[in-house]
Design a protein around this ligand. Sequence first.
Ligand SMILES: Cc1cc2nc3c(=O)[nH]c(=O)nc-3n(C[C@H](O)[C@H](O)[C@H](O)COP(=O)(O)OP(=O)(O)OC[C@H]3O[C@@H](n4cnc5c(N)ncnc54)[C@H](O)[C@@H]3O)c2cc1C
Length: 407
Amino acid sequence: MSAPSHPTRAPGIWDVIVVGAGPAGATAARVAAENGCTTLLLERATIPRYKTCGGGLIGASLAALPPGLSLKVYDTARRFTFAHNGHKERTLDSSSPTCAMVYRSELDAALTEAAAAAGAEVRDGTALTTLEQRGDTVSVRTNRGDTLRARAVVGADGSASRVSRYVGVQCAQVDLALEVEVPVDERTADRWRGRALMEWGPLPGSFGWVFPKGDVCTAGVVAARGNPVALRAYKEDFLTRHGLIGPRPLHDTGHLTRCRRPDSPVARGRVLVAGDAAALVDHWSREGISYALRSGDLAGRAASRVVGADEPGARAAADDYGRRINDVLGAEMRASSSLMALFARNPALVHTALTRVPPAWHRLDAYIAGRTSVAGIMTTPLARTAAAVAGRLPASRRGSGRPGRVS
Ligand SMILES: Cc1cc2nc3c(=O)[nH]c(=O)nc-3n(C[C@H](O)[C@H](O)[C@H](O)COP(=O)(O)OP(=O)(O)OC[C@H]3O[C@@H](n4cnc5c(N)ncnc54)[C@H](O)[C@@H]3O)c2cc1C
């Protein structure tokens, strides 16, 4: 890649500082370094670090990984079992098995290594505490007591992001996910090998999942934040029903997922946000790795443009970043918000369509494989008809009858 000119490069000032070494930050750092920027990647934890996540990579995520990335895949979902509140279970075959099951500690460490190989300096055990902008310089203070300076900053510090608060990211949907990673015996491993499960749950907009990883299963539940007692009860019930409650979990954690409002900012001056920090997550599936990788790539490119620019140029680069996020990822999120609204109002309808109307499964299967997007699903005549039918149903026939809390 061609290196941009850096008329403002000065000693002691980085071109780009990236905060957070998840998929968004590691990608932004790699891309900025590939663009010729002096790049520093800060990570609060020690790498490799654990991250609460199913570790399921759909086609869009796999397509956004850097070429040649060395990554161990523990299983690939060839079949998907769908259920509604523990009933009406149906297992469907994937036409081109794609969804790869990985450990996030390994994926994120591999992406960070790729950033380092491109020339980024990586400092783990180093957390941003505050940041401020003056003129063409952003100052980042860290937990180590030092102040680092850069021409551009990318905040990729996850769903509890400090940089996100600084930028003023606004959310339309905030969920809590509870997840365990459980070692399983050979019989249980055989039962789950090559098969993932999605169960639409009892709380509005909720679901549970089991993802197979050989001798470990990752299983969890997600619902709107605000009812942790009911969510914990659902988790216990879900794990018990699937025989995953006995063994002592390797990890038993919770984590927020956030979806942005369509008009939410993704930049403030020379500071950009990407991935969960920008609240870029699918409203329905809560899939976020493909969003993190793709927005990280866009943020790395935009930050490289901000570096050598004067104030109007930096503003233009940040505005352009916002437009690109809206055009691609924003369009997908708007479609997933519609799907979530349909699902939260009537999970039974979505379940029946998916498991009994073959074109509906074929579309979802194509989305998992990366051949279409959620926007592609929601523009089909079938999805439009389902949305119209759900809109006409009386409240008592719409699942729990309680409104979903989506945008
Ligand atoms: C239970 C659960 C299951 C999920 N399952 C899937 C799935 O199967 N597939 C999928 O695609 N998505 C899934 N997601 C979503 C996915 O995990 C996220 O969207 C994804 O991790 C976002 O990546 P990121 O790089 O933006 O943030 P993160 O992966 O959260 O990385 C942020 C990094 O920033 C660091 N950090 C935080 N604060 C600071 C600071 N102040 N200074 C320095 N560093 C800091 C953190 O330590 C972390 O390493 C799931 C989410 C949850 C909660």
